[in-house]
Ligand binder design. Structure first.
Ligand code: UGA
Length: 434
């Protein structure tokens, strides 16, 4: 089939590349010429394991075309995917849909024959109806469908190839057939093909992210209780997660959830519900609890190092919101590092995805090129992101300080092992063995 992805951000580029890989011809369009030039010379603008190779393979097979020429891309395709950003409006919970509407107007302007328009961007309930209004002048040419994306950063290619479900929302049942054909290589491998109304699909996306964020926040609050009662939160996750009605995934206690989706989509859902005079009090509590968690864990450093952080050497391992991504959006590190520096600590950090522009201007914060350089003279090492290369660090070997302290926000290490190695070890929601 002939597809056009408008927007080569995370969603557009990953799904466009994967659609090409299952045999479609895919135009990936972006107005950012720099990005398109990079892609045409084989450089991916985002960090995603396996994506570079897949782009090269499909580009060389002429199935993947990168261009700024939206007119040509639209006219060469039957299915047009809207994959532009839907950020939160500054100072509000509302979703900024200006990019979605702008690109719908471009589609209207350039289309001369029938097209199926598919929103892959995360959009609030009723956005499809608004897009349809934009198309009303040539309404016979367009069918607007919702096909939300459930890819996780760092696991996106696997998630595309083996999705739990494919959700298609359309008020025109005839269009399900086309979408089923597009996804047939994945359906034949076992993916569930789920159809619903267009608004239903739009809400499923928000409800999924809000529910997952609720699970994480729930276990994070229980972790606080576990710390006070000397219980291991991992036992609680296992104990409740073994009940198939609850499920074991997304019950890992840790720092506040971050990234480009959960913080944005929980707010977007609350704001959409307010439009319909509905109070989503649970989701509101989740948003507030997650905010509190950032400062709760940041300030826990005082229980470990004392009130005065002046000249204390704090080394951070991992600053992205999760492993296998270079994404810094809503990462706990963005609050933690400035707080420690402001309070006089000397902070260094190492992240496998490289140095971050967010910390370049911060006094007393330095980037180190590897684990050893970062940790050699630390008073406290904070493990913030569970990258694979942090799993088996010999702390005693790389730091000779007698009273070295470790604060593990991802429960990556075994407390018993740490105790045996005479390290003062703190983790999240587990009994303190110090
Ligand atoms: C999330 C969803 O999982 C995807 O299904 C969805 O497509 C995507 O948002 C989106 O809307 O585009 P993503 O933000 O890439 O994906 O990352 P997740 O793996 O979901 O992690 C989000 C946050 O939750 C991270 O900060 C992670 O560390 C945290 N988390 C996750 C926990 O603290 N505990 C867990 O058990 C799982």
């Amino acid at each position: 089939m002939k597809l056009c992805m408008i927007g080569t951000g995370y969603v557009g580029l990953v799904s466009g590349t994967c659609f090409a890989d299952i045999g479609n011809q895919v135009y990936c369009v972006d107005k950012d010429k720099n990005k398109i030039d990079k892609l045409n010379s084989g450089i991916s603008p985002i960090y995603e394991p396996g994506l570079d190779e897949l782009i090269k393979k499909n580009y060389n097979a002429n199935r993947l075309i990168f261009t700024t020429d939206i007119k040509k891309a639209i006219n060469s395709s039957d299915l047009i995917f809207i994959c532009v950003g839907t950020p939160t409006k500054k100072g509000s919970l509302k979703v900024d849909l200006s990019f979605v509407y702008k690109c719908s107007k471009e589609i209207l302007k350039h289309s001369t024959k029938k097209k199926i328009i598919i929103t892959k961007s995360t959009v609030p309930v009723g956005t499809g109806d608004e897009i349809e209004k934009i198309f009303k002048k040539k309404k016979k040419l367009f069918n607007v469908i919702s096909n939300p994306e459930f890819l996780r950063e760092g696991e996106a290619i696997r998630d595309f190839r083996y999705p739990d479900r494919i959700v298609i929302g359309s008020d025109n049942k005839n269009k399900f057939k086309t979408m089923r054909k597009l996804y047939s290589p994945l359906i034949s491998k076992g993916a569930k093909f789920f159809t619903t109304s267009r608004k239903g699909a739009e809400l499923i996306k928000y409800a999924s992210n809000a529910f997952l964020a609720t699970k994480i926040t729930f276990i994070n609050e229980l972790a606080n209780l576990c710390e006070k009662t000397n219980i291991n939160v991992e036992d609680i996750s296992l104990g409740i997660g073994s009940d198939t009605r609850i499920g074991s995934r997304f019950l890992r206690a840790g720092p506040a959830y971050g990234g480009s989706c959960f913080p944005k989509d929980t707010k977007g859902l609350v704001s959409a519900a307010e439009k319909y005079k509905t109070n989503l009090s649970i989701v509101k509590s989740v948003i507030n609890s997650n905010h509190r968690r950032v400062s709760l864990l940041t300030k826990r450093v005082h229980q470990i190092l004392g009130k005065n952080l002046k000249n204390k050497k704090i080394s951070i391992l991992g600053v992205t919101f999760k492993p296998n991504t270079d994404d810094m959006r809503d990462s706990t590190s963005l609050k933690m590092i400035p707080y420690y520096c402001k309070n006089g600590a000397k902070v260094s950090y190492y992240d496998p995805s490289g140095e971050k522009k967010e910390f370049k201007q911060i006094k007393n914060c330095t980037y180190k090129k590897n684990i050893k350089e970062n940790c050699v003279d630390a008073d406290l090492i904070i493990l913030l992101t569970e990258w694979d290369e942090f799993k088996s660090i010999d702390f005693k070997k790389i730091n000779k300080k007698k009273n070295l302290k470790i604060f593990d926000l991802r429960n990556l290490y075994a407390p018993e092992e740490m105790k045996k190695n005479k390290l003062q070890y703190y983790s999240v929601g587990r009994p303190n063995l110090n």
